[in-house]
Design a binder for this molecule. Structure first.
Ligand code: NAD
Ligand code: ZN
Length: 351
């Protein structure tokens, strides 16, 4: 779990004080990995850099890759004689995952792809701080950093992955475009549904999942003023992430991985595209989801899988089916008797 968290509007300005005790000396920099949306914006001026700290702006247009992590680590090692004092990720799930992975790889030998899996990281990461600027993924609280590698899309799941410190400042999400707000927010809602409806559910996951589910309903179906909605969705994301920490996600995430692997569809949108067709698995969740979509007048792209070849569709379904723990959580130990590749291909063809 994340051991330290600060919450509140304006709390971003406490970052200087928060990281100060972790500065080893003036030669050991802090590296700020920042979503390039903020380049030239007011937030850039508020990043508390000192001495020879480095700010690296990164585009979140594509999901993080293992090669990108390796290149960043190499650049940091080339640029400085001293090892960094810390890494700060500022952005959505993409930047948070990059910051976690870079912090791990600065202290571990080899390439990031060698650590994709469960508990393969041998040495603690460099001190790392997460500052989310969009709510929903739960990446700020989770024990994984999801990376696209040369042959798989899989997280580095380890006890060294979670941030040492998180700063939750709801002011930072004000500029998120509406469609992106919905896609990433629905990632959180889908985490809750998949956790609460899953066979891995336990009292720990349920207590967080129910809270996050309620908050999502308030945010997406209630009539909250914008500031309250921002604050509640930030906490929904946190609780949704905590809920899956001790259970698993399910059908939508498995199928969204397939979509992303073949078409590069981003996580939030991919989950939405799949989830709208999952009535047979999550009838109540999908009904609520469709109500939320209608209330906010959100349109999804159509016909994404229309032009795919038979072999591309097969790959999509095979990638989805390879996520075994997700299926076991969703459908139970005998999940292989309950789902076929053909069924999945039929769902994909509706997208
Ligand atoms: P993102 O980080 O990919 O960003 C989406 C878009 O929003 C980008 O264009 C970005 O520039 C923009 N953006 C971010 N903050 C903004 C702001 N305040 N104002 C304006 N624009 C802003 O979005 P995401 O949905 O948060 O993250 C998706 C990523 O998270 C995927 O790579 C996925 O694999 C990962 N993920 C990780 C976990 C985990 O537990 N580690 C869980 C779920 C998803
Ligand atoms: Zn997710």
């Amino acid at each position: 779990m994340v051991p330290r968290v600060v919450y509140g509007r304006g709390s971003f300005d406490q970052l200087a004080d928060i990281i100060l005790p972790n500065r080893r000396n003036s030669e050991a920099p802090f590296i700020f990995l920042v979503d390039d949306f903020f380049q030239g914006k007011e937030l850039e001026q508020r990043i508390p850099w000192l001495f020879n700290d480095q700010i690296i702006f990164i585009s979140a247009d594509e999901e993080p890759k293992t090669a990108q992590v390796d290149a960043l680590v190499q650049k940091i090692k080339n640029d400085f004689d001293e090892a960094p004092s810390g890494v700060v990720g500022i952005g959505g799930g993409t930047l948070l995952d990059l910051a976690k992975a870079v912090a791990i790889m600065l202290n571990n030998k080899g390439c990031a792809s060698q650590y994709q899996g469960w508990d393969l990281v041998g040495r603690p990461a460099v001190y790392h701080v997460g500052v989310p600027t969009i709510s929903g993924t739960g990446a700020e609280v989770s024990r994984t950093t999801v990376l696209l590698g040369p042959d798989k899309k899989l997280g580095i799941n380890s006890d060294y992955t979670p941030f040492d410190q998180v700063v939750l400042d709801p002011d930072l999400v004000a500029t998120v475009p509406k469609a992106q707000w919905f896609y990433t927010g629905m990632d959180c809602f889908i985490h809750c549904v998949e956790s609460l409806e899953g066979t891995y559910l336990n009292a720990f996951s349920q207590s967080y999942g129910e809270k996050a589910h309620d908050l999502c309903q308030e945010v997406f179906l209630g009539d909250l003023p914008q500031n309250k909605a921002e604050e509640k969705l930030m906490m929904a994301s946190w609780h949704g992430g905590m809920s899956i920490a001790y259970s698993q996600v399910g059908v939508a995430h498995a199928m969204s991985y397939g979509l992303s692997y073949v078409l590069g569809t981003k996580h939030g949108l991919g989950n939405c595209l799949v989830f709208q067709h999952l009535q047979e698995f999550y009838p109540r969740g999908v009904a609520l989801f469709l109500k939320m979509k209608e209330k906010h007048d959100i349109d999804f792209p159509h016909g994404l899988c229309k032009g795919l070849t038979a072999s591309e569709l097969e790959t999509m379904a095979q990638i989805a089916l390879s996520m075994e723990p997700l299926w076991e959580n969703a459908l139970g130990k005998n999940w292989k008797d309950r789902i076929t590749q053909d069924q999945l291909q039929q769902i994909y063809q509706k997208i």
